[in-house]
Design a protein around this ligand. Structure first.
Ligand code: 1CP
Length: 343
């Protein structure tokens, strides 16, 4: 099937589709027994990301089981700092770890020399997926937004309050701009190459955008994402871009009007009626079922799905969660959800 005729792409381009396309953020991963099995056969998490055979397999697993309308290539947002030359590793049971940037001098160690050669397994995975996916399934490429990626680069891993990164930004904003700009440029090149390898749309995850006051949100989330999207559109104007500025609350309409994204991922806490009136009137919306409702199941899951569908189905809409699927999600609840959406 031609890309432009696929359900997900039509929704991204602003069409109200005859059926609601559905996929789940982080749909390949720990909630699937077949993922855990493949994961155990790899040397480590990054090895999985950089082995096209394994990455293709885990990307296809949720499609085989559930037949989602879209497939997101299996990788991680932290391959970008890794490709720029920063030390990145994953600790079992802990999560991502990086050798943190301590001062602006550390930026000298990062460069684009090996960007595409380092990331070539991801490009190869994308190319193979286009061959292997069902003909109607849309292939999504992705990257982290600069701020979300930079938060890990400075904090050295996950963080509760982003104190080091935010203090750096507020005390030396020009330095912080340089770090953000470097990652924005790398991300633009990365996403363009993903598209040229076969990705039919791309999603930018700004998972930690919700921690900033408005002026900082504009400078370090909106502006860099806008620049990345403009960079992609300059080369591939026909490719829709999804932006997920998680947690930005009443700044969502600003992202809808100014980012240049074709669609916004809505997080769990946004009121669907408010989002319909203030966001869906400008761009396609994607979301926003609470991942814990999918863990709980039962009648509250059904009611929440019905209410999301009823609110958004008069406009361009893609059903998804408000954040990634949780590892403890029962598979039966995902089946229940799909039955409810598809009727
Ligand atoms: O143990 C394991 O198997 C590793 C768990 C895991 C997985 C399955 C990590 C580590 N990353 C991934 C894959 C991944 N990450 C995908 C692939 C597609 C899919 O699973 O369907 C995607 C899109 C991501 C994106 C990602 N990684 C984000 C943005 C999305 C989000 O959930 O907000 C973030 C913040 C990361 C960082 C990261 N990588 C891994 C973990 C556990 C984390 C989060 C750590 C934290 O909370 O700070």
């Amino acid at each position: 099937m031609k890309t432009e005729n696929k359900l997900m792409i039509r929704a991204l381009k602003g069409e109200k589709t005859e059926r609601t396309p559905v996929w789940l953020m982080r749909q390949a991963g720990r909630f699937l027994p077949e993922y855990r099995k493949t994961r155990a056969s790899a040397d480590g998490f990054l090895d999985l990301c950089y082995s096209p055979d394994l990455a293709v397999e885990v990307t296809l697993q949720p499609i085989r089981r559930f037949g989602f309308d879209a497939s997101i290539v299996f990788s991680d947002i932290l391959v970008i700092p890794h490709a720029l030359g920063q030390k990145v590793w994953f600790e079992e049971g802990v999560g991502p770890k990086l050798e943190p940037l301590q001062s602006i001098a550390d930026l000298e160690n990062l460069n684009f020399d090996k960007l595409h050669s380092h990331l070539s397994p991801v490009y190869e995975t994308i190319g193979r997926l286009r061959e292997d996916l069902p003909k109607e399934t849309t292939l999504i490429g992705f990257a982290g937004a600069p701020w979300t990626v930079v938060s890990y680069m400075i904090e050295g891993g996950s963080s509760k309050d982003y104190a080091r990164a935010k203090t750096w930004a507020y005390s030396k904003p020009e330095e912080f701009d340089r770090i953000i700009d470097l990652v924005a440029e790398a991300t633009t090149r990365y996403l363009i190459r993903q598209i040229e390898s076969g990705a039919e749309t791309v999603q930018i995850f700004d998972s930690w955008a919700g921690v900033w006051p408005e002026f900082a949100l504009k400078r370090w989330c909106l502006e860099p994402c806008k620049k990345i999207i403009a960079g992609i559109k300059a080369v591939h104007p026909e490719v829709p871009v999804i932006l997920f500025p998680r947690g930005v609350g009443d700044s969502y309409p600003l992202f809808a009007k100014e980012s240049g994204a074709d669609a916004l991922g809505l997080d769990t806490t946004l009121s669907p009626v408010w989002a319909r009136d203030n966001i869906q009137s400008h761009v396609t919306v994607q979301g926003n079922l609470d991942p814990l409702l999918l863990v709980a199941g039962g009648s509250m899951l059904d009611q929440s799905i019905d209410s999301i569908l009823a609110t958004f189905s008069d406009g361009p809409f893609i059903f998804n969660l408000g954040h990634g699927i949780l590892p403890q999600t029962p598979i039966g609840h995902v089946e229940q959800m799909l039955k409810r959406i598809r009727g």
